[in-house]
Ligand binder design. Sequence first.
Ligand SMILES: *Cc1c(COP(=O)(O)O)cnc(C)c1O
Length: 361
Amino acid sequence: MIPVTKTYLPSLDQYVSQLERIWQAGWITNNGQLTKELAEALRAYLGVPNLELITNGTLALQLAIKTLGLKGEIITTPFSYVATTTVILWENCEPVFVDIEDKTFCIDTKKIEAAITERTSAILATHVYGYPCDVKKIEQIATEHQLKVIYDAAHAFGVKLNGQSILCHGDISALSFHATKLFHTTEGGALICQNEDIAKQIALIKGFGHIGEDYYREMGINGKMSELHAAMGLCVLPKVDEIVAYRRALSERYDSLLNSQGLILPLVTEGLEYNYAYYPVLFPSHEVMMHVRQAMIRNNILPRRYFYPSLNTLPYLRPEWQRTCPISESIASRVLCLPLYFGLEQQELDGICGIVTDAMQ
Ligand SMILES: *Cc1c(COP(=O)(O)O)cnc(C)c1O
């Protein structure tokens, strides 16, 4: 069976040698030495000023909303993982969906201003598959209308635009270090921000809002990462460049084997240092996509309908939030992410392309 992704696992010996450090210290959570070391190493690797490790990417997004004190309406994208919408609902805000661009799969900045009302407090947009949103335009709109900006950067680990980390944009960016992501800590995530006061506020509320012995300054929550999770991160991080290079080679082979099939393949634009987090393929119709998907499943290959459904159609949204987003709905009905992971063999990839090509005839 070939899955859409496979978690990179270090050797057990490597992991155990990190665990030994934890056992020696007798300290397994609450900002221990491995967590501090991982945060520092990630700051340096990503080239960002402030980074707070969090339990997972979903809670990271919730803490971002909480930290910025957002209320009312949040403009967001319908083409993302379900967490991008549910965090808005969990924080008692209202999602206002703005359709996406068909080239980048990211929120269409030309449509944002028409969705702003006096109740809008922020824009929450996703760098879909690691392709950057139009961060310049979003910043300009946000400044003009005094809105906060949060990026769901769960896919954007290590992505750079014109030499700068994409995570340096917006008020806060949220990363996920889930086992299915490019870089992982089993479960985990992080918040990145430019402003040091915001970073301090995040650090405070992820630790119960607790200062000193028994002073609880604010209503916080438990958003801490444990030492055991940080141990995994310390094993995976030194390997990340090799993982990205491997995935890049696979992606380029997909490009060359699939580009005559009338499919829309990922586009890597100028100035973009991409991380090869996903290999999305857009089919001409829903029927063709389902037909190819069936052919793959028959051959024990499991692509993923990522993202589906378009989030504006979630059944638990209030009817007035379910505005139609034709481009997102169309793409969600036609897209598949093909298997892409460290260790996927070239001959397996060639086999996958053969099945896609045959099914398209
Ligand atoms: C994975 C993912 C999340 C959630 O992150 P978790 O660490 O699994 O909680 C949020 N948004 C997007 C776009 C994701 O892909």
